[in-house]
Write a protein that binds this ligand. Structure first.
Ligand SMILES: C[S@@+](CC[C@H](N)C(=O)[O-])C[C@H]1O[C@@H](n2cnc3c(N)ncnc32)[C@H](O)[C@@H]1O
Length: 324
């Protein structure tokens, strides 16, 4: 019966299919191929290199989920949801889909073993830590970067709208990834010296001023402001405290550190997106999302103090942190 508890549960159990249907469409390039208008499965299969009958069934699955429109003549077009799978369109989720289907999917199957016996599903499945695995394989690094860029594109504007960065003369984005937040800061503080800091393979080829290194060892010293966006959630408390301590060592007494993170709600239903992000982290890394009180305690243990908690329109908070 549609709408019944059984129907809802059956759809939840079929979630594995939906992740893979989206992944197949993106990996084959279906959304870009439909950008100019509806096409038949046979036509798409010939251009994209797929088996027509099987591609047709996948496209029907996506039509059933209203990602594609199925026209009376049998051709498929992009629905408003499907439009967001196109690369480069505003609010595109192409990278998000590629990372979930191609990078997170297999490790997620190790969740049961990890919950029973401990450990990180990604490491159990792949035999090495997440960021080392990315460094070893450029296609996976590219998938993760694209997913970070999708998310950061949504968050960066909201962060600089919520927190005034215009007075900064120098800014280091620690673990800045694709550097979208740093670019958003530079738009608000055009004369600021900006510096992207991340692992060497991540900053290689960046068009921003960039330095490669290890934030567990050292970060560039003496800047007005440090950004730490979606970094602490990757790490357990000991490692997160080490990153904060390294930042504290680099900061001047009047420097400010902006920690950008989701803040866990009291009840899961109050912020499901933050809870889902906590689960992505659970699958991939030893870290977790935290409450504001937990961030305050981490800061205190690193010789820092949390001075403001500024919510943004994108779900993340800007936690303003200063030397204690
Ligand atoms: C979840 S991403 C966040 C990226 C970006 N700040 C954002 O908000 O989208 C975490 C970043 O930490 C970087 N990272 C991981 N380990 C690192 C290390 N030891 N030293 C420097 N950067 C590191 C990763 O390469 C990645 O870019």
């Amino acid at each position: 019966m549609p709408g019944s508890a059984a129907d809802r549960l059956a759809r939840l159990a079929d979630g594995y299919l939906i992740t893979q249907l989206l992944h197949v469409a993106v990996a084959l390039g279906v959304p870009a191929a439909l950008a100019a208008g509806p096409r038949s499965a046979a036509d798409l299969a010939q251009e994209l290199g797929a088996v027509p009958g099987l591609l047709h069934r996948v496209l029907r699955g996506l039509a059933a989920e209203e990602v594609l429109d199925e026209l009376p003549d049998g051709r498929f077009g992009l629905s408003p949801v499907g439009e967001l799978l196109r690369p480069g369109v505003p609010d595109s989720l192409q990278g998000t889909v590629a990372a979930r289907g191609g990078l997170y999917y297999r490790p997620a199957a190790g969740l049961l073993a990890a919950v029973r016996d401990g450990g990180t599903p990604f490491e159990l499945a792949e035999g090495q830590p997440f960021f080392d695995a990315l460094a070893a394989e450029p296609t996976r690094l590219a998938a993760f970067r694209a997913s970070m860029a999708d998310r950061s594109a949504r968050e960066a504007g909201a962060v600089v709208a919520a927190y005034d960065v215009s007075g900064f003369a120098s800014v280091v984005d620690v673990g800045g990834g694709p550097g979208l937040l740093l670019r958003a800061v530079r738009e608000r503080a055009p004369s600021a010296d900006v510096l992207l800091f991340d692992r060497p393979e991540v900053v290689a080829g960046s068009d921003l001023p960039a330095v490669g290194g290890d934030f567990f060892e050292q970060v560039p010293a003496g800047s007005d402001a440090y950004l730490l966006s979606r970094v602490l959630h990757d790490w357990d408390d000991d490692a997160a405290r080490r990153v904060l301590t390294v930042c504290r060592t680099a900061m001047r007494p009047d420097s400010v550190l902006l920690v950008v993170e989701a803040v866990l709600p009291e009840r899961a239903a109050d912020d499901p997106a933050a809870v889902r992000m906590d689960l992505h982290v659970l699958v991939l890394l030893p870290g977790r999302e935290r409450t504001a009180a937990e961030y305050a305690a981490l800061c205190e243990a690193a010789g820092l103090r949390l001075t403001r908690d500024v919510p943004t329109d994108a779900g993340v908070h800007v936690l303003e942190v200063r030397p204690a």
